[in-house]
Design a protein around this ligand. Structure first.
Ligand code: ATP
Length: 364
């Protein structure tokens, strides 16, 4: 398998007279067999980074190595995408509509002039792996979205790649298929020990597949860590938002307590360095609403239920501090509550994040 090493990689696009630094001096190593996920805001360089690794873009400066081979160097694609042993799966499955599932999967082998009997056995083997054996004679319009996606994955795998590159691979799928598609890609990645790079704006895609996650902001990795690290200990408030739903609440500091309207949240063991304003980050599933104090929760005070909606499996409850209806806090709950009622907002111990006014996490 292949270790990917990137050294001081920069890509600048020229748009008329202006220059866009899409990738800004990135150095990183993705170990053989690892899956690395890239999250980031729109337009911050995720796709460009992936296309550079694929060899579809040449770097402005810097180097890319596959094991010990230089595959890209300044203004040069040294090794073509075809020679890199990569498979790519994009958002648009781009199946050939006039070809059967069999012919779609076989296409890369035909291009490579692989003998017919070998093509036949290889396509059947991959189709079996992906549960497509029964659909080989059908055309793309005759199969489901999930089968189309599996066909695209089969086509990517048919040449036994060493590296798998996925760009927003699940965004065109509906929620139900997306779950099983993530599980399938994860299984294939682990079984085949494919060095994998997945780019997505959806943290659930990344967390399902990646052992390691990097968050790209303005063309640079703002944080790299395990999915749990970037989710639980986001370095900034922006990363906190990119990695999942979160309440980011402006609070005043009085002694060692954060004040939001009538809510008072103890700030134990935080070095606040005289700050009088902070931003508190709490994920909706780290909050609960209850009239009684629960074990492993801290009571923040009384809130009023403003809005209740069903979020599929859970209820999304919007509450406000009883004394300040302008502050909205989202709480995940298993049961709905009536709007207008007052109850206590409880925060799970150890789950609160605290950011300074520049958005830097004070707890990491
Ligand atoms: P999204 O999530 O919206 O796909 P992204 O994080 O993948 O965004 P990129 O597509 O890598 O971002 O784009 C990074 C920046 O580079 C953007 O400002 C984009 O407009 C610019 N860019 C990308 N490709 C080109 C190109 N071929 N020519 C000029 N500018 C480009």
């Amino acid at each position: 398998m292949t270790t990917i090493r990137v050294e001081n990689l920069t890509k600048i696009f020229k748009k008329g007279k202006t220059e866009v630094k899409a990738v800004d001096n990135i150095s990183i190593q993705i170990e053989s067999g690892m899956s690395f996920g890239v999250l980031g805001p729109s337009g911050h360089g995720k796709t460009t980074f992936l296309r550079l690794i694929a060899g579809l873009e040449e770097p402005t400066s810097g180097y890319i190595y596959f094991d010990n081979d230089v595959v890209s160097s300044p203004r040069r694609v040294v090794m073509s995408p075809e020679k890199r042993g990569i498979a790519m799966v994009f958002q648009n499955w781009a199946l050939y509509p006039n070809m059967t599932v069999f012919d779609n999967i076989a296409f890369p082998l035909k291009l490579a002039k692989v003998p017919k009997d070998k093509i036949e056995s290889k396509v059947k083997e991959v189709a079996e792996e992906l549960g497509l054996s029964g659909a080989l004679n059908r055309y793309p319009k005759e199969i489901s979205g999930g089968q189309m996606q599996r066909t695209a994955i089969a086509r990517a795998l048919v040449k036994d790649p060493k590296v798998l590159l996925l760009d927003e691979p699940f965004s065109n799928l509906d929620a139900q298929i997306r779950e099983s598609a993530r599980a399938l890609v994860r299984k294939i990645q682990r079984e085949r020990k494919l060095t994998t790079l997945i780019v997505s704006h959806d943290p659930a895609d990344i967390f399902a597949i990646a052992n390691k996650t990097g968050v790209i902001v303005h063309g640079k990795f703002a944080q790299i860590g395990s999915p749990t690290e970037v989710y639980e200990y986001p370095a900034t408030d922006l990363i906190a938002r990119l990695t999942g739903e979160i309440n980011l609440l402006q609070a005043k500091v009085m002694e060692n307590t954060a004040i939001l309207g009538n809510l008072k949240i103890p700030l134990n063991n935080v070095e606040l360095k005289g700050m009088s304003n902070i931003v508190i980050g709490i994920r909706p599933d780290d909050l609960t609403l209850s009239d009684t104090l629960l074990d492993k929760y801290v009571d923040a005070g009384i809130v009023k239920v403003k809005l209740v909606s069903y979020g599929g499996g859970i209820f999304k409850i919007v509450v406000s501090p009883a004394a300040d209806e302008n502050i909205d806090i989202i709480v995940d709950a298993e049961e709905p509550l009536e709007t207008g009622i007052e109850t206590h907002l409880l925060i799970k111990v150890g789950k609160m994040k605290i950011f300074d006014q520049n958005g830097n996490n004070l707890l990491t």
